[in-house]
Design a protein around this ligand. Structure first.
Ligand SMILES: [Zn+2]
Length: 546
């Protein structure tokens, strides 16, 4: 008996012991059998859908270990600045957006995705540039990393940011030598502005979640682990969780979602715990994941917390989004209740701090299997790697960061430190657990782009030639592993998904070609032809099924 049978292609099970498999049968949402094609095809019945792979690859569905699903969905309502190659192009894009969308005077204009690394002069836009673009609208544009933004005069005025109000804990409002804000806002200073945006309600959220899920399925993702509270706000935690539960109950959540709960204040986390929410709760599709925290920013935005100043500046060491004591308190609160923790840390000072806090929490609240996670873990020298290894902490990495970051990593950190950035092969060789993610919308959600970046250490156009620090390239098998089993391990679901094995969930993807035989440079050009969640075909390229 079986609902679906896959045969005649490259079946990549991600199970070492299984060896070569010719065909796979699926029934009732799970993998029923694998083996020689003759045996498996024997399970065919009248209702069975036969999928002839025609030499294409079948893999476990991809699982993104860290992204922002709602944040991504919201980008469709913002000015897309990803393709801008200079400040003038940003100005033009904003002007065009205002006029094309007939945005009324006084209404907000939000943009995202600019990256000065792509500008010839590397100049960051300022308040005056945006005033030029839209003097009558409050404008705020987020850098690609989502850790810094630039606002125009009208936006600063609306937020009450002037020369008298320029200090903010966990963030920075940049001022010029006369003490006047330049428009650049870092980390928590951005929330003064984002808090002015109207809150999301359930109906809107449902629409956003469904539309993002459709895009993700088309890229072969069957599970995503997402920090949505960064877009929705910690006060709306229950509303967000209820929204997901309602979607799941209505059969309208087509892929599996694990929520990384960003609760950066003791009162928010306290309320969450008091309501009884814990890691692992939920249904087949929606589950509550770890406590998520941010400790620092990004290397590109010079807000990652580094132990020695950034190149070319005598004192800037980045931004501490949460003080050490705050992170300690929150991690201990969570660990004390058996909650998993996943903390964003990019700069070496932040990564080291988080690992120390984890060590302490693990001692204080012994848990047989805590699976502490550091999201990003970008800068990691030998001592930090020792800690990861000895403490058994997971590194949630984003291979696509290489493609957009490599220019600024060298420039902002200098060559000596840059070498200790994104050393994923070292992590892998030491047996440190890695999980693959995109941090979408910071990078594209497409896992094949991430796998390409992990294997080649290049962007999809082949830059830099030969790859950036190519001794750190992962093998294809390793790169596939982190996006499947690696991410499944993060949510304690390695026995449920992440590989094609008897009894596991039938979450699968058929790629347009055999990924093991194409040139590494062509990996990012492969497509998902068919995506299966829970034994159901939820995406088919060329014919949208639902
Ligand atoms: Zn993130």
């Amino acid at each position: 008996m079986s609902d679906l049978i896959f045969y005649n292609g490259r079946i990549i099970t991600m199970e070492e012991k299984l060896g070569e498999v010719e065909a796979v049968a699926v029934e009732g949402g799970r993998i029923k059998a694998l083996g020689p094609a003759a045996d498996i095809l024997n399970l065919q019945e009248d209702h069975t859908t036969l999928v002839d792979l025609r030499s294409r690859a079948l893999l476990p569905g991809f699982n993104d270990s860290h992204m922002h699903l709602v944040g991504y969905a919201l980008t469709s309502e913002k000015v897309d600045l990803r393709r801008c190659r200079g400040v003038d192009e940003i100005v033009d894009a904003i002007r065009a957006y205002v006029s094309n969308n007939k945005v009324g005077k006084g209404q907000w204009v939000l943009g995202w995705g600019w990256d000065q690394a792509l500008f010839r002069d590397k100049r960051i836009p300022n308040r005056q540039d945006l005033d030029r673009a839209a003097p009558d609208h409050p404008v705020a544009i987020m850098r690609t990393c989502c850790h810094v933004m630039v606002a125009n005069s009208a936006a600063l005025k609306a937020a009450g940011i002037d020369r008298k109000a320029v200090s903010v804990e966990g963030g920075k409002i940049e001022v010029d030598d006369r003490g006047i804000p330049t428009g650049l806002l870092e980390e928590k200073a951005m929330s003064i502005l984002t808090n002015l945006q109207p809150p999301l309600d359930k109906a809107k959220l449902k629409k956003l979640i469904k539309s993002a899920a459709g895009d993700f399925l088309a890229a072969g993702l069957t599970s995503v682990q997402t920090d949505d509270l960064s877009s929705v706000g910690g006060e709306c935690t229950s509303m967000l969780i209820d929204t997901y539960y309602e979607l799941e109950a209505a059969g309208e959540l087509p892929l599996r979602v694990n929520l990384q709960a960003l609760l950066p204040e003791p009162s928010l986390l306290g309320n969450f715990l008091a309501r009884g929410y814990r890691t692992g709760q939920g249904g087949q599709y929606f589950k509550i994941g770890p406590l998520k925290l941010l400790t620092d920013g990004s290397i590109g935005g010079k807000t990652a917390l580094v132990s020695a100043p950034y190149e070319g500046s005598s004192e800037t060491c980045g931004v501490s989004v949460l003080a050490r004591g705050e992170v300690e308190e929150l991690v201990n609160m969570a660990a004390g209740q058996g909650m998993q923790c996943a903390v964003h840390a990019i700069g070496d000072a932040a990564v080291k701090m988080v690992l120390e806090i984890y060590q302490d929490a693990a001692r204080r609240y012994p848990h047989s299997d805590p699976r502490f996670r550091v999201i990003h873990a970008s800068m990691a020298g030998p001592k930090i790697l020792d800690r990861f290894e000895n403490q058994g902490v997971i590194a949630d990495i984003q291979p696509s960061f290489i493609s957009s970051d490599y220019i600024l990593v060298d420039r902002h950190l200098g060559p000596k430190r840059a070498v200790w950035t994104y050393r994923w092969k070292d992590f892998m060789d030491r047996g440190i657990r890695l999980a693959g993610g995109s941090d979408c919308p910071v990078e594209t959600y497409e896992p094949l782009e991430g796998i390409h970046a992990a294997v080649t250490r290049q962007d999809r156009y082949g830059n830099p030639p030969g790859g950036w620090n190519p001794d750190q390239c992962l093998s294809l098998q390793e790169a596939l592993y982190i996006y499947t089993m690696g991410s499944a391990y993060c949510t304690y679901e390695e026995n449920e998904k992440g590989s094609i094995a008897e009894g596991k969930l039938a979450d699968l993807v058929v790629l347009s070609e055999d990924i093991t035989t194409v040139e590494p440079s062509a990996i990012a050009d492969l497509k998902a032809d068919l995506t299966v969640v829970n034994g159901r075909i939820v995406y088919s390229r060329g014919e949208q099924k639902n």
